[in-house]
Design a protein around this ligand. Structure first.
Ligand code: FES
Length: 98
């Protein structure tokens, strides 16, 4: 587990992209204060998932409006699944990894 960012780097209800060991990871701060992490690259055609609309369950890619479950990475609209990563908050730091 390693610190990636401060929670204050991500406004509530939004996502941001971070480069981690050569991978682009989208970290989302849900409106209930919890966090989720997925690949930042949309599995459909490479759109920026961190710029998508989120609620407490899903992210909707801004390019073609396909949706993925933020907890499982499963597609909700018939596309390939997206990678998800374990992420948590420790004090005000966002921690990535188990
Ligand atoms: S690139 Fe994300 S839905 Fe098409």
């Amino acid at each position: 587990m390693r610190p990636i960012a401060s929670v204050h780097d991500i406004p509530l209800g939004e996502g941001r992209t971070f480069a981690v060991d050569g991978d682009m990871i989208a970290i989302f701060r849900l409106r209930d204060g919890s966090v989720r992490a997925t690949s930042a690259v949309c599995p459909h055609k490479g759109g920026p998932l961190a710029d998508g609309q989120i609620d407490l369950k899903q992210v909707i890619c801004p390019l073609h409006l396909n949706a993925w479950d933020l907890r499982t990475g499963c597609s909700l609209s018939g596309q390939p699944d997206v990678a998800v990563y374990p992420v948590s908050i420790d004090d005000d730091k966002i921690m990535l990894g188990d």
